[in-house]
Design a protein around this ligand. Sequence first.
Ligand SMILES: *Cc1c(COP(=O)(O)O)cnc(C)c1O
Length: 409
Amino acid sequence: MRQARSNFQVPTRFPGPAGGASSLLGGFGGCFAPETLMQNLLDLETSWLEAREDPEFQLELDLLLTTYAGRATPLSDAPRLSELVGAEVLLKREDLLHTGAHKLNNTIGQCLLAKRAGKTRIIAETGAGQHGVASATTAARLGLECVVYMGARDAARQAPNVSRMKLLGARVELVESGAQTLKDAVDEAMRAWVEDPDGSHYVLGSALGPHPFPRIVADFQSVIGREARAQVKERTGGRPDAVVACVGGGSNAIGIFRGFLDDEDVELVGVEAGGQGVETGAHAARFSGGSPGVLHGTHTYLLQDGGGQVRETTSVSAGLDYPAVGPEHAALHALGRARYGAASDEAALAAFQVLAKREGILPALETSHAVAWIMENAEELRGKRVLVNLSGRGDKDLDTVLRVLGERL
Ligand SMILES: *Cc1c(COP(=O)(O)O)cnc(C)c1O
């Protein structure tokens, strides 16, 4: 096993108390965290496992998800996209969740856990800014102090979200190290948590990091899959043939996949950022261009060079621009239960325009990768029923899209 170099590569032990959730997912996952965080991670696991069984916690979570966040999100048909692709396309509308993406499902869950543990402050990292906005929103609603770490490069390309976080009362710390994107923001957020493990909770934004984070995040996002499965059944009487979602860290994808894992006839497809093309090396496609290693506390697929140094990633979408994928996806990939493809920047931008002009929806650039994949694989999907997780709306990306498409508009 080659190991990527990072502050959190030191393998110590794999927690998972008797009766607790296993930290290992088919050889992936685990908890490669510094000793100073171990007690915190163990406490978090205990608190989460207790909360799962606590009807009062579940009631509070449900109430916030329905009356504040706007769940259930609708399932839309997509007649004009379906016509183009030659398949029956259905869209799970997480873009209609409060703050415009699926992120709030997780921040509400984790902030409730933080309150339950008596924490007064949350730390979050953000890439595209959606997780930062969701964290700041939830912190405001629940009366928690909020600090968000964001790469300076991401802050520049997602400026409206930086303003949004500030207006919501969060402190935004720009990270000037490394490539100034999501990986660097995670480094800094983890460092900040190490400094204040007792007062703070680190609200990790994707199904990533050391155990128990990937499990917790997948758990809170699984509401997407539960709703979607019931909605597809109600609408069609059956199931989708394929479920397609974009994969950054993998939280929206694992959230919708979780609803269909046991339906062996339902194909699960994750779409990574192909950037300028997987063959160019300038991308964030961990399964086509990466190998197993350890980053940010978890053993998973990541982009690294022959010496185990983490490689820089390239994607037009900040939310997919991260060198490692959530360990549950690495396990599903190894099991052959899910398959992973990639869509290039160019394909995603084309899909963005198709969804805008044919369905009246401006999707996030992250989400556009999932739509691009179904367009590129239309041949194979012909006549099938395809459920796409529409993870977020594209308002935050308008600057980027207009800049890239400027001449062609
Ligand atoms: C953050 C984000 C993603 C990528 O994160 P995942 O954890 O892979 O879901 C995808 N889509 C949108 C709209 C996002 O905001």
